[in-house]
Design a binder for this molecule. Structure first.
Ligand SMILES: Cc1ncc(COP(=O)(O)O)c(C=O)c1O
Length: 358
């Protein structure tokens, strides 16, 4: 029996998206961002499905180690670097590249006694105000890192864009200007563009781009579809109907009686709830595909189930196939219904949901 709810990952779409990104990135190398369990798609199988990626980027040491242990041979970059000397030793052991964004991390490198020579990515804060050295600090930082007891194998620079998804916002132009002012003339390999940078700002690429969302087939822009950018959704969250109820007029469905039948209704109970990553904030009316036809969610999302009004789809019976998002039902649309972004929905797919790579 196939599992009731499952995330089906289309590896062909992942690879096609990688090539679309590559074509947009003006010759830049592509560091596929696979942190947060590859945005919910599955860390190791996603990376293994992308042999053409030039590198992978993760947020946590454990993610980098898992990739190496699974046999990933490409460069792996720790986007937040390490936070203790033992972690630095492990990063060396697993040949991970490290982002360095504060003085403490430079001090860790100064006291590192191993023979490994790291590739060090110096992060410059050009306006995000999250991680990174301020532009005016950068010359002294670079000097310090060049003079480490074990100088890096290579020094590279990166910054992160805060508002690249807003094509008309001058903040990105200002960030790019600051980055150029801090690093111009140094001839250090650089990385700037996330998905929005790659598709929205042709000079936001640098020698390396760092796409996450676009790799998974989603648009980084609120008013441009993934299809219009040449991207294909890689994840379909599929499930099935496990029961059908006939609900008389005036009766409520689910916790809190949040939805009342205003006509004699047929309601399909569908496997999948917030215990799987279906957000509880999804309101009545949010679309679900039942046998490829749209039907509205009714009542509150519960832990393992949702209810869907299939009164207008009389052929639907127990076992009918449902799509919570995927081709034909963009995850952005569901995210908008829940008042959030597609990143949160994808990353929220829970561990108990089996992933099938096809
Ligand atoms: C430092 C860094 N680079 C790249 C990315 C990828 O961003 P996106 O998924 O918008 O392409 C992220 C994601 O959060 C990030 O934190």
């Amino acid at each position: 029996m196939s599992p009731l709810i499952r995330a089906v990952i289309d590896t062909r779409a992942l690879r096609a998206n990688l090539e679309t990104i590559r074509a947009r990135a003006q010759g830049a190398r592509v560091m596929a961002v696979v942190k947060a369990n590859a945005y919910g798609h599955g860390l190791v199988p996603t990376a293994l499905a992308l042999p053409a990626a030039d590198a992978f980027a993760v947020a946590r040491l454990e993610e980098g180690i898992a990739l190496r242990e699974a046999g990933v041979t490409q460069s792996i970059v720790l986007l937040e670097g390490v936070f203790a000397s033992e972690q630095l030793v492990e990063a060396a052991l697993y040949r991970l590249e490290i982002v360095v964004h504060n003085d403490f991390q430079i001090a860790l490198l100064e006291s590192f006694t191993g023979s490994y020579r790291f590739v060090v990515w110096l992060k410059i804060d050009t306006g995000m105000n999250r991680l990174g050295f301020r532009c005016e600090e950068f010359p002294a930082v670079l000097e310090r890192v060049r003079n480490l007891p074990r100088p890096p194998r290579e020094i590279r620079v990166l910054t992160h864009l805060a508002r690249a998804d807003e094509r008309d916002n001058p903040a990105t132009r200002e960030q790019l200007k600051r980055f150029q002012a801090a690093t111009g003339g140094l001839y250090l390999p650089s990385s700037i563009g996330n998905s929005a940078g790659i598709f929205g700002w042709s000079d936001a690429c640098g020698e390396w781009v760092r796409p996450g969302l676009a790799l998974y087939g989603l648009s980084p822009f609120a008013n441009e579809s993934a299809a219009s950018l040449g991207l294909q959704p890689a994840m379909t969250l599929e499930t099935s109907v496990i029961a059908i109820r006939n609900v008389p007029v005036g009766e409520a469905v689910g916790y809190g009686g949040a939805w009342l039948a205003t006509r004699p209704s047929r309601v399909a109970i569908v496997a999948g709830g917030y215990g799987d990553g279906v957000l509880r904030s999804l309101p009545s009316g949010a679309p679900v595909l039942v046998e490829n036809r749209r039907a509205p969610l009714v009542g509150r999302v519960s832990m393992d189930m949702i209810a869907v009004d299939v009164t207008d789809l009389p052929a639907v019976s127990v076992g009918a196939r449902c799509t919570l998002w995927g081709p034909g039902l963009p995850v952005d649309e569901i995210a908008a219904c829940a008042g959030t972004v597609s990143y949160e929905l994808l990353c929220g797919v829970r561990q108990r949901v089996p992933h099938e790579f096809v």
